[in-house]
Design a protein around this ligand. Structure first.
Ligand code: ADP
Ligand code: MG
Length: 351
C-alpha cells in the first residue's frame, strides 16, 4: 500500500485554469484549461498553455476551446483528454496510478460529477474523490471549517462564481452563477465594439480588465490605456484611448450579478450562521476577485467585513492538496458522522 501518499494528486479543474498539486511537493502545474483540437477528426493538437496561444489564431480546421467554460462539462471527451494531459504531465507511466482529489464547481450536476470521475479514472487515476470548490478554497485559505461556525466563501472564477456558507465541514447553503471573469472580458469587448466600432479579441479584453478594471471609482488613480483592434468599418488595425471609467462602467453589469448572488446567499443563511459571518467576514477567492476594489465593493454592498485569500488563484488547489492528507479517513469520516449537508461535500469513486 502506498502509505506515503507521495503520488497522490489534487487537481483544481477550473473554468480558466487547471492547477495540479502533488502530495509532498505542492503545486507543480498551473495552465489554462484550454484544448486545441481538429474539428474534423477530433484529434487533440495541444492542451494548456500551448493551446491557449492558439485561441483566436487557429486555421479553420482547428478549434481552441475551454471545455469547462461555465463550470459544466460541455465536452466529456475533451475534458478527459485535458485531465489525462495534466495527470500524465506529473506522473510517469511506470508509477502506480495516483489517488486523486478533483475540485469541481459546486454547481455541477450529478451527471457532470460522474463525468469528472469517469474522465479521471479513464485518465489513469486509481481512485477519485471530488471536493467542492468552496470547501477547498476555505481549507486553502486556512479557515477552520470543521467548527460549528458559519464561514462564507465567495469564489469568482473565469466562467462561474460560487458563494457558499460552510459549517461543520459541510456546505449549508450554496449558490453558483454562470458569471465570472470572462463575462467581464465580454462586457469590455462589446462596449469597445459599440463605442468605437473596434473589434478586439478575448485576450486583449482580459488584459484591459486586468490593467484598467476596477469595481469602484479610482479617484486620482483613473488611467488611460491604448487599445488596438480592427476597425469594423474600415477593416484596418486601429488604436483608441480607453479610460478606466469606461471599463468600470462596462463591467458593472456582471459585477452587479455577482453581488446579487452574494446578497441572496446571505439572505438565505440561518441567523446563527449569519451572525458568525457578520463577525468573521466573507472570504474572497478566485482570480475574478483580483479586480481592483472588489473586496471594498462587497463590503459596502453587504455591510460585512471582507477579506481576500492571500493567493486567490491558488488557494483552491492548495486546499484540495491539503485534503490529500486526509484521504484515508476522509470518506469514512463523512460517512461515520452521517453528516447531511445540503450538498454532499465529498464523494468517492473507485476504478
Ligand atoms: P477558474 O477557477 O474558473 O479557473 P481562476 O480562479 O483561475 O478561475 O480565475 C480566472 C479569472 O481571473 C480570469 O477571468 C482572469 O481574467 C481573472 N483574473 C486573473 N487575474 C486578475 C486580475 N489581476 N484582475 C482581474 N481579474 C483577474
Ligand atoms: Mg476556481
Amino acid at each position: 500500500m502506498p502509505s506515503l501518499g507521495v503520488h497522490d494528486m489534487a487537481i483544481d479543474l477550473g473554468t480558466a485554469n487547471t492547477l495540479v498539486y502533488v502530495g509532498g511537493r505542492g503545486i507543480v502545474v498551473s495552465e489554462p484549461s484550454v484544448v486545441a483540437s481538429d474539428l474534423g477528426s477530433g484529434a487533440v493538437h495541444a492542451v494548456g498553455a500551448e493551446a491557449e496561444l492558439m485561441i483566436g489564431r487557429t486555421p479553420a480546421t482547428i478549434s481552441a476551446t475551454r471545455p469547462l467554460r461555465h463550470g459544466v462539462i460541455a465536452d466529456f471527451e475533451v475534458t478527459e483528454e485535458m485531465l489525462r494531459y495534466f495527470i500524465r504531465k506529473v506522473i510517469d507511466r511506470r508509477t502506480a496510478h495516483p489517488r486523486l482529489i478533483v475540485c469541481a464547481p459546486s454547481g455541477v450536476t450529478e451527471v457532470e460529477k460522474r463525468a469528472v470521475e469517469e474522465a479521471s479514472l479513464a485518465a489513469g487515476a486509481r481512485q477519485v474523490h471530488l471536493i467542492e470548490e468552496p470547501i477547498a478554497a476555505a481549507i486553502g485559505a486556512g479557515l477552520e471549517i470543521e467548527e460549528p461556525v458559519g464561514r462564507m466563501v465567495v469564489d469568482v472564477g473565469g466562467g462561474t462564481s460560487e458563494m457558499a456558507v460552510i459549517s461543520l465541514g459541510g456546505i449549508v447553503i450554496a449558490r453558483s452563477v454562470r458569471v465570472g471573469g470572462y463575462e467581464m472580458d465580454e462586457a469590455i469587448a462589446s462596449y469597445i465594439r459599440n463605442a468605437y466600432q473596434l473589434a478586439i479579441g478575448s485576450r486583449t479584453a482580459e488584459t484591459i480588465k486586468i490593467e484598467l478594471g476596477s469595481a469602484l471609482p479610482l479617484g486620482d488613480g483613473e488611467r488611460i490605456f491604448e487599445v488596438r483592434g480592427r476597425h469594423l468599418v474600415s477593416g484596418l488595425p486601429t488604436a483608441v484611448q480607453l479610460r478606466s471609467e469606461e471599463v468600470r462602467a462596462a463591467i458593472a453589469t456582471p459585477l452587479a450579478e455577482i453581488l446579487r448572488a452574494i446578497r441572496d446567499t446571505l439572505e438565505q443563511t440561518p441567523p446563527e450562521l449569519a451572525s458568525d459571518i457578520a463577525r468573521d467576514g466573507i472570504l474572497l477567492a478566485g482570480g475574478g476577485t483580483l479586480i481592483r476594489d472588489f473586496d471594498e465593493l462587497v463590503a459596502r454592498e453587504t455591510g460585512m467585513p471582507v477579506s481576500r485569500a492571500e493567493s486567490p488563484l491558488t488557494c483552491v488547489a492548495v486546499g484540495s492538496g491539503q485534503a490529500l492528507d486526509h484521504l484515508d479517513t476522509l470518506s469514512l469520516t463523512t460517512r461515520q458522522l452521517g453528516r447531511s449537508p445540503a450538498t454532499p461535500d465529498w464523494r468517492t469513486a473507485q476504478s
